[in-house]
Write a protein that binds this ligand. Structure first.
Ligand SMILES: *[C@@H]1O[C@H](CO)[C@@H](O)[C@H](O)[C@H]1NC(C)=O
Ligand SMILES: *[C@@H]1O[C@H](CO)[C@@H](O)[C@H](O)[C@H]1NC(C)=O
Ligand SMILES: *[C@@H]1O[C@H](CO)[C@@H](O)[C@H](O)[C@H]1NC(C)=O
Ligand SMILES: *[C@@H]1O[C@H](CO)[C@@H](O)[C@H](O)[C@H]1NC(C)=O
Ligand SMILES: *[C@@H]1O[C@H](CO)[C@@H](O)[C@H](O)[C@H]1NC(C)=O
Ligand SMILES: *[C@@H]1O[C@H](CO)[C@@H](O)[C@H](O)[C@H]1NC(C)=O
Length: 385
């Protein structure tokens, strides 16, 4: 999976909500033992399209429409009149706290190319569970009024023009599981709480902003997310041995082009659920730990364009699910024959003798004359003695 792909979570949750909308409205509960005098089945009338929550939503959508400057697909053209549930991109469902009240549960304007800002009035959509604004041209930042969205489960604002610091209120949204901020212009530090157990995200996409992340605090490896994508972000510090702490949850880790200069600690081998590991385009040095061969779920490993050396451990190439082994652009001097059986393999630009597409003899000799890399207990490359 590339940093651009995304789990199916998003659509699944939306289907779930739509399903809820269809099923929930005051349906008679499925039998708690037949009672002698059965209460008459509640009529499954459609929910009233008017209530205070929808009135508030009406204000929110009208205020939002007012600050939309371009809408090339006319998605908001039908945002007129008080019945917001019929607006394009708006999904209503029975309120979780009151199944007899209709409320706005989802907004999906993906790929709308809409220009404008996210008005403060959005906070009026207090029951929103899903907000998908992927591939628009919203600028500014996320309004702090969104802190009222206590049910917000999926937030996807990827591929917009949003900027400023990480919106800190996001870390106190109690229901947030899927956070996608990638391809915007946010900057500054990603707060430790993004990875914290209180927020407990399932998926974090923060790549392609101008964020920086400190590995020194150890907060990243505290994460219980299954997907962490921080590509093209600046990570300061070394990959710590505590990376193994994410063993129970981590399935995909993308740290492509994050300026890390570090060793790869052997504890990485504890990540038995990890399927995709991308550490490419960094300054990882030293050897690839044999323990990667313990990562029994691993399907794709990309350590291309680093400073790794030594032998590619045979244990990796014997992994049963490995489909794609990318070690291009390092200084490996040995690759076991078992690696030739990996379906997709890129081992160009290394120093493997008598092997096609390797570095020049001069480059490899020059590398050999460098002092050997020693790794510290904290995962850092030790300075030469
Ligand atoms: C949107 O509406 C404008 C004005 O009504 C119209 O000219 C344009 O063709 C519409 N665009 C689309 C994609 O429907
Ligand atoms: C919403 O749209 C449906 C189908 O187009 C229509 O039957 C219904 O009257 C509309 N509801 C309101 C309140 O406008
Ligand atoms: C992160 O970015 C902010 C602002 O851009 C800067 O002040 C801070 O020093 C950076 N931190 C690191 C660890 O690079
Ligand atoms: C890691 O999580 C534990 C338990 O929730 C917490 O006590 C600790 O402060 C966290 N560490 C960091 C660096 O965030
Ligand atoms: C790495 O990220 C920087 C910005 O942080 C970007 O300019 C550069 O093109 C990226 N390099 C690769 C190989 O993706
Ligand atoms: C194998 O992985 C590399 C790096 O992640 C990727 O560029 C390449 O497209 C993958 N190959 C296939 C066939 O999936």
């Amino acid at each position: 999976m590339s940093p651009l792909s995304k789990p199916r979570l998003a659509t699944r949750a939306l289907q779930h909500i739509i399903l809820l909308a269809l099923l929930l409205p005051c349906l008679p509960q499925p039998l708690p033992a037949p009672s002698p005098s059965p209460t008459p089945a509640q009529p499954s009338l459609p929910l009233s399209p008017f209530n205070e929550r929808l009135d508030a939503a009406y204000i929110a959508f009208q205020a939002w429409k007012h600050v939309i400057t371009e809408d090339p697909k006319n998605l908001t053209a039908d945002w007129c009149g008080p019945f917001v549930c019929n607006y394009t991109g708006v999904f209503c469902a029975a309120a979780p706290d009151d199944p007899c009240i209709l409320t706005v549960a989802g907004v999906d304007l993906n790929h709308g190319r809409i220009a404008g800002v996210l008005t403060d009035h959005l906070g009026l959509l207090a029951d929103l569970a899903v907000l998908h604004l992927n591939s628009n041209r919203f600028h500014g930042t996320l309004p702090t009024s969104m802190q009222h969205m206590r049910l917000l489960f999926e937030l996807d604002v990827s591929n917009n023009l949003l900027s400023g610091a990480f919106p800190s209120f996001l870390t106190s949204l109690p229901s947030l599981k899927y956070l996608d901020l990638r391809f915007n212009d946010f900057d500054g530090e990603l707060p430790d709480a993004v990875f914290g157990r209180q927020l407990s995200l399932d998926a974090l996409f923060a790549n392609d902003n101008r964020f920086n992340v400190s590995l020194a605090s150890g907060s990243l490896t505290n994460s219980t997310a299954s997907v962490i994508v921080l590509a093209n972000t600046k990570l300061a510090g070394c990959l710590p041995p505590s990376i193994g702490d994410m063993a129970d949850t981590l399935v995909e880790l993308i740290l492509l082009n994050t300026s890390i200069s570090s060793c790869i600690p052997p504890e990485i081998g504890k990540l038995k659920k990890l399927k995709v590991l991308d550490l490419s385009h960094n300054e990882f040095a030293g050897e690839l730990p044999e323990s990667i061969g313990d990562m029994e779920s691993l399907e794709v490993i990309n350590v291309g364009y680093n400073m790794l050396s030594g032998a590619v451990p045979e244990t990796i190439c014997l992994l049963p699910n490995l489909k794609n082994l990318t070690v291009v652009g390092n200084y490996f001097c040995e690759e076991p024959v078992s690696c030739l059986h990996v379906p997709r393999r890129d081992d160009r630009m290394n120093c493997i003798p008598d092997w096609p597409h390797q570095r020049s003899h001069e480059q490899c000799i020059a590398f050999e004359h460098r002092p050997p890399v020693h790794c510290g207990a904290d995962g850092c490359i030790l300075p030469p003695p």
